[in-house]
Design a protein around this ligand. Structure first.
Ligand SMILES: Nc1ncnc2c1ncn2[C@@H]1O[C@H](COP(=O)(O)OP(=O)(O)OP(=O)(O)O)[C@@H](O)[C@H]1O
Length: 246
């Protein structure tokens, strides 16, 4: 296994009735990297995440995560392998508290009884508190999710993924509909969580991209138009022409 990359996407292609939404796309993500995918509407960004997490089946190519071919795996096996995915709309349980939402997402153990179960409860509680702190909700553990702001619900959903400790976390437009203050906190959160994992984010807000990106991949018609640091892609004439210039 090539240790330099946690994720290797090669020649990834999906064709919907002959239309290639993703067209022989290759990119490589390093450990502790925050890769941001930008590009015009319809460029194929969401489809790339759908392919990596197994929701959409690829027509061709390969997606290797920590040496394992994901394209041969089912969605649940991909989650189990350590890939977490957050969709655009938050899907927290409104009637449950922040604590209960996090508890439900804690990975299930097998065959734990008596004293062992008690020990597990303690471990789970400690982990929930730790995650709640990371997502700025340690003061709201007993609050029903229904009473959280839209931004706080998004943080909670990220927490529900983090508690499973994925080595790759994928987020689709995580700051859509958030206040400026909430955006800043998400940037802080992402910069903190890449200490232990890699993240792929789809984003339109260029100010936010600048705050979080290790590298940026610009997609256009299912292919890479440009790739590199934020500075490099921002000054790439091809990117200005098809995307940033609008
Ligand atoms: N299941 C599908 N069947 C047919 N066409 C699809 C399917 N999924 C996506 N597409 C098409 O593939 C193209 C890429 O869509 P995708 O949602 O990945 O783009 P995007 O870059 O995420 O755009 P946006 O910024 O608008 O979310 C679009 O033309 C879309 O209509």
């Amino acid at each position: 296994m090539d240790e330099r990359f946690i994720l290797k996407v090669e020649d990834l292609t999906v064709s919907f009735d002959g239309f290639k939404a993703v067209d022989h796309l290759s990119f490589y993500v390093e450990p502790n990297e925050c890769r941001v995918i930008i590009g015009p509407n319809g460029a194929g960004k969401t489809t790339v995440l759908d392919l990596i997490c197994g929701r959409t089946k690829a027509t061709e190519g390969s997606v290797v995560f920590k040496g394992k071919e994901l394209l041969a795996m089912r969605e649940d096996q991909i989650v189990h392998a350590g890939v977490g995915r957050k969709f655009q709309t938050p899907s927290v349980y409104e009637d449950l508290t922040v604590f209960e939402n996090l508890e439900l997402s804690y990975p299930k153990g097998h065959g734990v009884f008596g004293a062992l179960a008690f020990k597990r409860d303690e471990t789970v509680r400690a982990r929930i508190k730790e995650i709640a702190q990371t997502i700025f909700l340690d003061g709201q553990l007993d609050e029903k999710a229904a009473f959280l702001s839209h931004g706080q619900k998004q943080w909670l959903e990220i927490g529900m993924l983090l508690i499973q400790d994925p080595e790759l976390l994928m987020l689709d437009e995580p700051v859509a509909g958030m206040s400026v203050a909430e955006r800043k906190k998400i940037a802080e959160l992402l910069n903190r969580i890449i200490q232990d994992r890699s993240v792929i984010v789809i984003e339109h807000d260029m100010g936010f991209v600048a705050d979080i990106a290790t590298r940026v991949t610009v997609l256009h018609q299912g292919k890479t138009l440009s790739e590199g640091t934020m500075d490099r892609v921002q000054n790439d004439p091809k990117v200005v022409e098809v995307y940033l210039g609008h």
